[in-house]
Design a protein around this ligand. Structure first.
Ligand SMILES: [Zn+2]
Length: 284
C-alpha cells in the first residue's frame, strides 16, 4: 500500500477518505481535494491531486502538496481560481475590488499552480465526472472502486439546515449535475461536506436538493408578481431562507439569487427592466 493521508478510512477496495470540514479522498496515490490540515500529508508522497473546484476549502493544502512533488489537476474553468484566488474575489464583486471585509474565507487561499486539466485526465484510478453549477467547472471523481466524490455538487439534507441558501452560480447546471449523479454507477458517495452515504441514501439527498432548488424558484416567481429591485429580490430570498445579516453571507447570497434570477429570465418566467436607474424583476 502506498502512503495514505494520516487518519484516512477505507471505503471500498483501494479507496479511502479523510473525514474533515472538507472531506477528501485517496486512491492508490491519487488525492481528491484536500482538507485544511497539512499534518495529514506530512512526510508522505502522493503522485497526483485532483481538485473538484476552485474554492479554497477544497484546495487548502494544494500548494503545500505541490511543493512536495504532487502534480495538481483541476477543471479548466476553475484553474484560474486556484492559481489566483483573487479572480474569485473579483468575480463576486463584478470585477471591481471589494474591501477585505466583504470576502468570505472560502474565496481566500494560497495560490496553487495547476499542472493539468481534468478534461484530459485519463487514468485507471479515477474518472472525471463533470458536475458543473456550484462553479463553472466543478467536477466530481469516480474511483475504480465505485466511490463517487461529489465535492459541492450535492448537499446532504442536514447541510440545508446550517446553510439554507448554499452557494450556486447556475441552478439549471446544478439540476443537470444532480441528475448526472443519479445516472452514475456508484456504490458509495462522498460529499465535500457531510458523511459518506450509500446509493439509496444519495437518492434521497438528490431529491431533497432538487426540491430546495424548486422551492427557491417558486418563491421568486410568486413574490415577483409584485415587481422588486435586484436588491429587494436578494433580501426577500435571504429573509425567507433565514440567513443571518453579515457581509460575507450577503455577498454569497447576491451571486446565488442572481443565478436564480438569470435562470428564470432565460426561461421566460420573469422579466427584467430598468427604472429610476435600478434593475427590477417581475413575473411574466
Ligand atoms: Zn465550494
Amino acid at each position: 500500500m502506498r502512503d495514505l493521508p494520516a487518519g484516512a478510512e477505507r471505503l471500498a477496495g483501494d479507496t479511502f477518505y479523510l473525514p474533515g470540514p472538507t472531506n477528501s479522498g485517496w486512491i492508490d496515490g491519487v488525492l481528491i481535494d484536500t482538507g485544511p490540515d497539512e499534518a495529514a500529508y506530512e512526510g508522505r508522497s502522493f503522485d497526483r491531486l485532483l481538485i473538484t473546484h476552485g474554492h479554497a476549502d477544497h484546495f487548502a493544502c494544494g500548494a503545500y502538496l505541490r511543493r512536495a512533488g504532487t502534480l495538481v489537476h483541476a477543471p479548466r474553468d476553475d484553474a484560474s481560481l486556484i492559481e489566483n484566488p483573487e479572480v474569485n474575489i473579483r468575480g463576486m464583486f463584478s470585477w471591481a475590488k471589494p474591501g477585505d471585509l466583504l470576502v468570505t474565507k472560502l474565496f481566500r487561499g494560497e495560490p496553487c499552480h495547476v499542472d493539468g486539466l481534468v478534461e484530459v485526465w485519463d487514468d485507471r484510478r479515477a474518472a472525471a465526472i463533470p458536475l458543473h453549477g456550484h462553479t463553472l467547472g466543478h467536477t466530481g471523481f469516480l474511483t475504480a472502486d465505485g466511490v463517487l466524490f461529489t465535492g459541492d455538487a450535492l448537499y446532504q439534507i442536514p447541510i440545508w439546515e446550517r446553510h439554507p441558501l448554499p452557494y450556486c452560480i447556475d441552478p439549471a447546471m446544478v439540476t443537470a449535475s444532480l441528475e448526472r449523479i443519479r445516472a452514475t454507477e456508484f456504490d458509495v458517495l462522498v460529499p465535500g461536506h457531510g458523511v459518506p452515504c450509500s446509493r439509496q441514501e444519495a437518492e434521497a439527498h438528490i431529491d431533497h436538493h432538487l426540491g430546495e432548488l424548486r422551492a427557491i424558484e417558486e418563491l421568486l416567481v410568486e413574490r415577483l408578481k409584485v415587481e422588486h429591485t435586484t436588491e429587494d429580490a436578494i433580501a426577500l430570498v435571504s429573509a425567507e431562507r433565514g440567513l443571518g445579516d453579515n457581509a460575507a453571507q450577503y455577498w454569497l447570497a447576491v451571486t446565488t439569487v442572481k443565478g436564480f434570477l438569470g435562470d428564470l429570465l432565460g426561461r421566460g418566467e420573469i422579466e427584467f427592466f430598468v427604472r429610476d436607474h435600478a434593475g427590477w424583476w417581475r413575473t411574466a
